[in-house]
Design a protein around this ligand. Sequence first.
Ligand code: DHB
Ligand code: FE
Length: 279
Amino acid sequence: MARIVGGLGTSHVPMIGRTIAANRQQEVSFRPFFDAYGPVHDWLERVKPDVAIVFYNDHGLNFALDNMPTFAIGAAHEYRNADEGWGEPEPRIFRGAPELSWHMIQSLITDEFDVSTCREMLFDHAGITALDLLFPGHDVPVATIPIVINAVQPPLPTPARCYKLGQAIGRAIASYDGDRKVLVVGSGGLSHELGEFGKINEPFDRMTMEKIVAAPEDLTRYTNDEIVDLAGAQGLELMTWIAMRGAVAGAVDVISSVYHAPISHTGGAMMLIEPAAYG
Ligand code: DHB
Ligand code: FE
């Protein structure tokens, strides 16, 4: 049986990927953000997940405004990366897990989530940054499944809907026959609005991180407009964390957590949780 062994929420900024690619994590002002990944790397070594499901928001790479799925799942044998031009220096290939993808798609559609199914999909910096942070400087040893949430073009899914999507993914994983250890990643946020400096709302970000651990349902009461008011237009990327937490159901333990602001336009936030019953 497949099971969820952990959940990672992380900010994504192209500069993070560039810093890792240059191996300069100890030289930059946001070094504490990287340092908090030390316990994450120890955890990966100990728990050894097989698959990473990565919730993120596509930044115009796969989906432009003329064709915008609310939720889209990759079902490819492999994924390549590409970016808007700031990010990853090298084209790379990430192994997929198509059997598990198709199982999840079937399970989601039975569960009344009519997701878009993508036989081809590109990872943009949102997906890649998370994978680089998890496995800096070497090939990604886990199979990957991208799940894109529309956080760009209204009408947007609500936080409550994204939480339910995560719960449905949790059910899909629990009903998969193959023996897999799954890490669920939410890559986004926290508060920021590109093009507008000073949109970082640190108290909101810190409150959000506490709620992700102890009371995620509280976050599902926000409307999208309220999140934009509090956390900026790109603060909507928080929905990726909410989906991640929906998948990692029940009480959790925090393995590592950090908030370091700013990194570029946003608060550098990271949190690795695992089900309290595990380990
Ligand atoms: C930045 C943040 C993002 O979420 C993103 O997708 C690109 C850049 C930034 O803070 O620079
Ligand atoms: Fe982003």
